[in-house]
Design a protein around this ligand. Sequence first.
Ligand code: ADP
Ligand code: 5GP
Length: 190
Amino acid sequence: MKGKLIIFSAPSGSGKTTIVKHLLSLNIGLAFSISATSRLPRSIETDGQDYYFLSPEEFKQKIGKGEFLEWEEVYADQFYGTLRSEVERLRNKGIHVLFDIDVVGGVNLKKEFGDDALSVFVKPPSVEELENRLRNRDSDSEEQLQKRIDKSEREISYASQFDYILINDKLDIALKEAEERVLVFLNLAK
Ligand code: ADP
Ligand code: 5GP
């Protein structure tokens, strides 16, 4: 049996990474789809673990060779993409693959994989709270932060195209809800 796809999308700062890390810690046969990006690593990020960090030229070469299942210029001059080889390698071993990708990528993957994919939109309680979280995370320059906030309203308008909207207000409740949804999707619920 081929592995399934579990897709988390949302505006930056909504809590996708936090939720995805929690799901990985459950040890239920999930693996993270490591994306490629042309943005610079944050101080806490490791190449080959959080992302494959590529130069813009390397990224464009891979686009040319058709190596991406999907890719987006999520912010101006910042490319992000899912490597076909990464996903197939895992799925062929029966491993379910978890994605943390932008809303357009999430909608595209769901369209391509249909019932083999569960797509979840993570919604912050408000844009003000999203800004607080991005500021507290303290991982982006003021300019980067502004780009992320400016984009969030348009991103939120994609929510209805997902299988399920998960509101991340109280973290413990959101983690439990994510866990339950995934277990049901994988037929692992007791
Ligand atoms: P994303 O991957 O969507 O950009 P992160 O998972 O990095 O978001 O979360 C953004 C910041 O908000 C992080 O510092 C994280 O610890 C924090 N955070 C996540 N969920 C909550 C929550 N429910 N309440 C408060 N802070 C949260
Ligand atoms: P960040 O820079 O905060 O890690 O990610 C910025 C945005 O890019 C997030 O919305 C994240 O989900 C998205 N992203 C990460 N990897 C991919 C990918 O492979 N494809 C697409 N389309 N978006 C991605």
